[in-house]
Write a protein that binds this ligand. Structure first.
Ligand code: LLP
Length: 418
């Protein structure tokens, strides 16, 4: 479900006409739907109500303050990956006791900051990282809770750039090493071994890889239990796929059916880290047609948004549905939808069938709530675009457009060049 729909011929977000938003923001811009975020969050909460998990939204998928605040109000915690994300979550009002921190490259500065803020768990990704956290915690006279992120060596069927759960990937700790660590927990005076974590990848549409990975981690947990080591948490990561085109992903309810029996048997407090499932369909990207070009071989629809604003199509070959803000009847034509950037990789769609559009028409890329604005850059000296946040009949800007001054304010010309 998402709350972007036509009323008559015009595209709306909840009860707001998107054309009215664009009048205020200009183009390109992102539009986010409050109700869609809450609806998806609630779907997971309901499906897993039996075990009342802690749902830590993966804020790497969308870290806009309005999104974070909406999810905090709904009861979410956060899965973070940097001190910047931690600070932003706290700025939005997050409870540090609902924050888990995974990253293969946590720096001393990040570890110290997270210890001082009292986050719930460090999801530890290597033996040297564990040594480092133990040393730093000791220096600050603290004991910190960690979960070992297990690399279960399970390959999930998705695009290669987002597979994380095999031993060819940099993530997590292999089971042999994890076993060795757990045999010498006493060595780590400032660590409390509180849990296990597993995250095998993103945009996974079937249940089997999740079941397989969770089973492997539970087998490991059972072995630990026999040696007298009792844990508190099992963090099963994120990765639930959504519909961009014709995928048939498992619903939250189906996912729960698949994994709940396994999770219940552990007796542990379950943590989940969905990102895309909550934010993916809660955002769209709106861009304006600048030119139409036909070179005899191909037609190009040239728009004012570029790969710097939304890079998933060029980076992963991802599909985003494209719809006009005003419905158009009539013949559809095959065209490439491209931006103004100086690269052939600057496209949103190739050979896409679209209605006959003309200069100044507005189009929207759907499914642009996860891993879109967060991955944008200032390439070609283009500022970040505004974000409008809609709730019911209301909307407001939750990010304003970056100006030229914003873009140059951190740069200096060295004196010796003058
Ligand atoms: N937990 C951890 C430890 C993660 O690394 C991730 C995503 C998640 C949770 C959330 O996964 P999700 O539920 O959103 O699938 N930029 C790529 C996706 C990268 C995913 C990174 N990690 C894309 O645009 O498809």
């Amino acid at each position: 479900m998402h709350d972007f729909h036509y009323k008559g011929k015009e595209l709306f977000c909840e009860d707001v006409r998107i054309a009215d938003i664009v009048e205020k923001t200009g183009t390109p811009c992102y539009v986010y739907s409050h109700n869609t975020l809450v609806d998806h969050f609630t779907k997971i909460q309901r499906a897993f109500a039996d075990i009342n998990p802690l749902i830590c939204f993966a804020m790497k998928s969308n870290d806009n303050l309005a999104v974070l605040k909406t999810l905090i109000n709904a009861g979410a915690g956060f899965d973070i990956v940097s001190v910047g994300e931690l600070r932003k979550a706290l700025l939005a009002g997050a409870d540090p006791k609902k924050i888990v921190f995974a990253s293969v490259g946590k720096t001393e500065e990040e570890i110290v900051f997270a210890i001082k803020k009292g986050i719930l768990l460090f999801n530890v990704e290597s033996l040297p990282e564990l040594d480092e956290i133990n040393r730093i915690a000791g220096k600050h006279k603290k004991t910190v809770k960690v979960a070992l992120r297990i690399n279960p060596d399970v390959e999930a069927p998705t695009y290669s750039q987002v597979v994380t759960g095999t031993l060819k990937n940099k993530f997590g700790i292999d089971l042999n090493t994890a076993q060795k660590i757990m045999k010498q927990t006493k060595k780590y005076a400032h660590i409390r071994f509180s849990g296990l974590h597993v995250h095998i990848g993103s945009q996974i549409t079937t249940g089997e890889p999740f079941v397989e990975a969770i089973q492997r981690v539970i087998r490991f947990q059972e072995k630990l239990k026999k040696t007298g080591l009792e844990l508190e948490y099992l963090d099963i990561g994120g990765g639930l796929g959504i519909i961009y085109k014709d995928e048939q992903p498992q619903t939250a309810a189906r996912f729960a059916e698949n994994v709940l029996p396994l999770l219940k048997q552990t007796g542990l407090k379950i943590i989940m880290e969905p990102g895309r499932f909550i934010s993916g369909n809660a955002g769209i990207f709106v861009t304006r047609v600048l030119y139409l070009k036909d070179n005899g071989v191909k037609k190009f629809l040239i728009v004012d948004g570029g790969m710097n604003d939304l890079m998933r199509p060029t980076l992963y070959g991802s599909y985003h549905e494209i719809v006009p803000l005003i419905k158009k009847a009539g013949r559809r034509l095959k065209m490439d939808v491209v931006g103004p950037i100086c690269e052939s990789g600057d496209f949103f769609a190739k050979d896409r069938l679209l209605p006959a559009l003309k200069k100044n028409d507005l189009i929207a890329l759907l499914g642009a709530g996860a891993y879109c604005s967060v991955m944008s850059s200032n390439y070609n000296m283009r500022g970040n675009v505004p974000i409008a946040f809609v709730k019911g009949k209301k909307f407001d800007l939750s990010r304003i457009r970056q100006t030229f001054d914003d873009l140059v304010k951190d740069e200096r010309i060295p004196a010796f060049l003058n």
